[in-house]
Design a protein around this ligand. Structure first.
Ligand SMILES: [Mg+2]
Length: 215
């Protein structure tokens, strides 16, 4: 029988977009935004930091290519223990605090695409339960032909926060809102040092726009 968690108390002290008559639904990517996947992969494969020189931006997304590894060698050892044991990124706690303040915890959900390695989904669930037990998790698994699942969650009140440029682009095309979290492996890499501030700015701009339209 599945375990059922008791419902957390609602924080009535924080201002949320719901207080303004708005709903801002946050779909939060895990790897590269909240979980330090690259750091974990470097440790697992004993490889160096791959984003050096001009090897940054969208074109640097594929670290398998940078490390000269096959998909089987790269993904194969990444089982439940690997995914569950990833460190939080240095921005993870500040990002979550910001999102809870702006959207309310009831409007935040992790949205992640697992690899095919056995144990990946369980490890991701373990990670969320360990670090952010008050936030639910949606699994967005690609089709075997490569069709992405995240765009199916897009709507005009949904915000995808993701570090992969294609996810952000496809989500926006599907009618949602997207924030490309600045990282060395996307074209916003120069802004990584102020990523959380930029996220706040973008959400506040959207909130102000919606508030103006709905008044
Ligand atoms: Mg990611």
């Amino acid at each position: 029988m599945a375990q059922v968690a008791t419902a957390p108390a609602t924080n009535t002290n924080s201002r949320t977009s719901t207080d303004l008559g708005l709903v801002m639904r946050i779909l939060l990517d895990m790897d590269g935004v909240m979980a330090d996947f690259v750091g974990g992969a470097m440790w697992l494969h004993n490889k160096p930091w791959p984003f050096v020189g001009d090897h940054v931006g969208n074109k640097a997304w594929d670290i398998l290519k940078a490390w000269g590894m096959s998909p089987v060698d790269f993904w194969g050892p990444m089982g439940r223990t690997f995914w569950a044991g990833l460190e939080k990124t240095k921005e993870a706690d500040a990002t979550m605090a910001l999102l809870k303040d702006m959207a309310g915890v009831e409007n935040i959900c992790f949205l992640t695409s697992p690899c095919l390695t056995e144990g990946c989904m369980e490890g991701k669930r373990d990670w969320v339960h360990k670090h952010f037990p008050d936030v639910p998790l949606l699994i967005a698994s690609h089709s075997m032909t490569g069709l992405a699942a995240k765009p199916f969650c897009a709507h005009n009140e949904a915000w995808l926060i993701d570090d992969y440029h294609e996810n952000a682009w496809k989500f926006s095309l599907a009618g949602g809102n997207a924030f490309l979290f600045p990282r060395p492996w996307n074209d916003c890499w120069r802004d990584e040092h102020e990523a959380v501030k930029l996220l706040r700015d973008q959400l506040e701009s959207w909130e102000a726009l919606q508030w103006g339209v709905s008044r």
